[in-house]
Each structure stands twice: as C-alpha cells, then as structure tokens.
Design a protein around this ligand. Structure first.
Ligand SMILES: [Zn+2]
Length: 85
C-alpha cells in the first residue's frame, strides 16, 4: 500500500487507517517547512512551499524536522535555508 500523499510505499510506522507516513501527515497538518517558518507566499515570504528538487517525501521530512525544532522556527533569520543544506 502506498502513502496517499507522497505515493511511496508505507512502512511499519504508518497507522493503516491513515494511509500516510507520519512525516507526510505532519506536512499536511502543519504545512511545509517554509510555511511553518512564515517565509512562504502566505506570509509574504520568498520561499516556495516545497523546495525545488526535493520529492514530496523529502519535503515532508523537512517539514517534520522544522516541526520538531520549535526553537529553529522562533530564531529563523532570513536565509534560513542556507542552514538546511
Ligand atoms: Zn508519504
């Protein structure tokens, strides 16, 4: 069975009822990394929702990483993406 968000195969971490990876659920509920950092178009920011060149799954992992690091979001300066690379 594949994830209904990213299309990649589900694994043991996924509750069957959700048909989602935990990271993909976070991406859906909390928004992209850029959204959580208030640097996407919704906040007048410069970043695309999902970084170009990443798969949906990779972007979801990035969103989960930001969600798990609230101090990063509070402290994020302009140009935060340079830190992530
Ligand atoms: Zn997924």
């Amino acid at each position: 069975m594949d994830c209904s968000y990213c299309g990649e195969p589900l694994d043991w971490r996924c509750a069957p009822a959700t048909k989602l990876h935990p990271e993909c659920m976070t991406r859906i509920l909390m928004g992209s990394a850029a959204h959580q950092l208030k640097d996407c178009r919704h906040f007048g920011g410069r970043q695309p929702e999902d970084p170009p060149g990443l798969t949906l799954r990779q972007s979801a992992w990035m969103a989960l990483e930001v969600f798990n690091r609230p101090m990063l979001a509070l402290a994020a300066p302009a140009g935060w993406e340079a830190e992530m690379s």
